[in-house]
Write a protein that binds this ligand. Structure first.
Ligand code: NAD
Length: 484
């Protein structure tokens, strides 16, 4: 596969493509080469205002919110079909924009995006209120109504999937949307705007404003015409977004950072566990909120497992994301690469033992870093406690189940966690004690739109996926009808 020409991107507002009001544009970089692939319009506050107004008008005219759930579901099914029709193009776009291996884009990003729309297409006509039994001489029932205009703000690492995880349930429930994709990875959002329109989503129901967080994101966050903020990104920006929403008393979903622990007990099948361990920290070049960058290992198997990792990790194919053999591509941007380098330098200063990796990979001018395993860091080191967001695994020993759980729960984050054990009883016991929104047993990153995910503590609140997410895009109204 070779690089291909991408048309310059424009904003999608009210069903029309347009330039930013002030004509501003920004470059999109191919992280595997460090070269400019195209430019996209950079929205200012006036463009965001136009997008929110378009979404409000579309909501108020009822062309979408007034459809039955079944009718909306039919159109969302069509979106899933169109994603599958254009799977190859979408995969190539996502790979170019984010630097993800093309095989990953096909198998995970595009497949899951289609699954998201299909899932919520099916759930769209399952939304219903309930009759309530009361002592009143009245018929009491609840209605599930859409919220109105949803602001969807998404991060750079899974652009297609994380847009779908918001837009699909928001649309299924009858809302309209303004989507602001991440500054550095806007391309698939623009392609999806065209596919949603082709599927029959009416003008103004989904609007896409590309631009920076501090300008376009901030304007969207603060816009009085927005009824809900669905945010995925870092804990620092999420904290800010939640406080702005708090002042305006707007509902929010906050999907924030992670730093998950992967617990390896002495009774685990190590040969099998090693695949899950490697997947947990190299998947998406470690730019995975639900990755497992902290490995906690029972002391009797600690050195054995380090030996297995020292052999296996250097064999993971790192390279050009266009190659079907590649498992680990470049970091999505230069600033992300620099952050990883800084953390690995810090690990050396904090007394870490570099088991393998620990350096950049010089290839085609891209932002590559070798998968890196670091042992023996103290638990209070910054490298253990903070979110690195790169292909770096820290490994620490533990002496008891209690200590393993305490170490796992010792960071501010609580998004995901994993347990490798041969004991069913231990698996359930430990899963209950882990502070995380999802716990995987004897594998890593098993995800499906039917299974809710989200965080606790500094990883945020609210859930995406499952009927839980659909409910979060609705408000409940009670109707009480006198029978006198
Ligand atoms: P980020 O917080 O820098 O940016 C996320 C989005 O917020 C982007 O669209 C950005 O432009 C926007 N933004 C930035 N400043 C803003 C502001 N002042 N007002 C409004 N919007 C603003 O995050 P990132 O670097 O793109 O993504 C990586 C982070 O996202 C990591 O911390 C990762 O763990 C997290 N993440 C979480 C999940 C999850 O499901 N919990 C999933 C993926 C990524």
């Amino acid at each position: 596969m070779t690089a291909f020409e991408i048309e310059p991107g424009r904003l999608f507002i009210g069903g029309r493509w347009r330039e930013a009001a002030d004509g501003a544009r920004t470059e999109v970089i191919d992280p595997s080469r460090g070269t400019v692939v195209t430019t996209v319009a950079e929205a200012g506050a006036a463009d965001v205002d136009a997008a929110v107004r378009a979404a409000r008008e579309a909501y108020d005219d009822g062309a979408w919110s007034g459809l039955s759930g079944r009718e909306r579901g039919r159109i969302l099914h069509r979106v899933a079909e169109l994603i599958r029709r254009d799977a190859e193009e979408l995969a190539a776009l996502e790979s170019l924009d984010v630097g993800k291996p093309i095989t990953l884009c096909r198998a995970v990003d595009v497949t899951n995006a289609a699954n998201d729309y299909e899932h919520y297409a099916a759930l769209a006509h399952s939304l219903h209120g309930a009759n309530r039994d009361t002592p009143l001489n009245a018929l009491a029932y609840t209605r599930r109504e859409p919220l109105g205009v949803v602001a969807a703000i998404t991060p750079f690492n899974f652009p297609l999937i994380l847009a779908g995880s918001k837009i699909a349930p928001a649309l299924a429930a009858g809302n309209t949307v303004v989507h602001k994709p991440a500054d550095e990875t806007p391309l698939s959002a623009l392609r999806m705007a065209a596919l949603l329109a082709e599927a029959g989503v009416p003008d103004g129901v989904v609007n896409v404003v590309t631009g920076t967080g501090p300008v376009a994101g901030e304007a969207l966050l603060r816009h009085h015409g927005v009824d809900k903020i669905a945010f995925t990104g870092s804990t620092a920006v999420g904290r800010h977004a939640a406080s702005v929403a708090g002042q305006a008393l707007k509902p929010v979903t906050m999907e924030l950072g992670g730093n998950a622990a992967h617990l390896i007990f002495g009774d685990a099948d190590l040969e099998k566990a090693v695949g899950a361990i490697i997947k947990g920290f190299v998947f998406n070049t470690g730019q995975f909120c639900m990755g497992g960058p902290r490995l906690l290992v029972a002391r009797p198997v600690y050195e054995t497992l380090l030996g297995i990792l020292a052999e296996a990790v250097p064999g993971v194919p790192v390279g050009d994301p266009r190659s079907p053999e590649t498992v680990v591509g470049p970091m999505a941007g230069e600033k992300h690469l620099r952050k990883v380098e800084e953390y690995v330098d810090l690990a050396r200063k904090e007394g870490g033992r570099i088991v393998c990796g620990g350096e950049r990979l010089d290839l085609d001018g891209g932002y590559y870093y070798r998968p890196t395993v670091i042992a023996d860091l103290p638990n209070d080191s910054r490298v253990v406690q903070e979110e690195i967001f790169g292909p770096v695994l820290t490994v620490q020993p533990f002496d008891s189940e209690d200590e393993a759980v305490a170490l796992a729960n010792s960071t501010p984050y609580g998004l995901a966690s994993g347990v490798q054990t041969g004991s069913l009883a231990r698996a359930h016991r430990v899963a209950e004690r882990l502070q995380a929104g999802i716990v995987w047993i004897n594998d890593w990153a098993m995800l499906d739109p039917a299974v809710p995910f989200g965080g606790v503590k500094d990883s945020g609140f609210g859930r995406e996926y499952g009927p839980e997410a659909l409910a979060a895009y609705t408000k409940v109204k009670s109707v009480v009808v006198s029978l006198d």
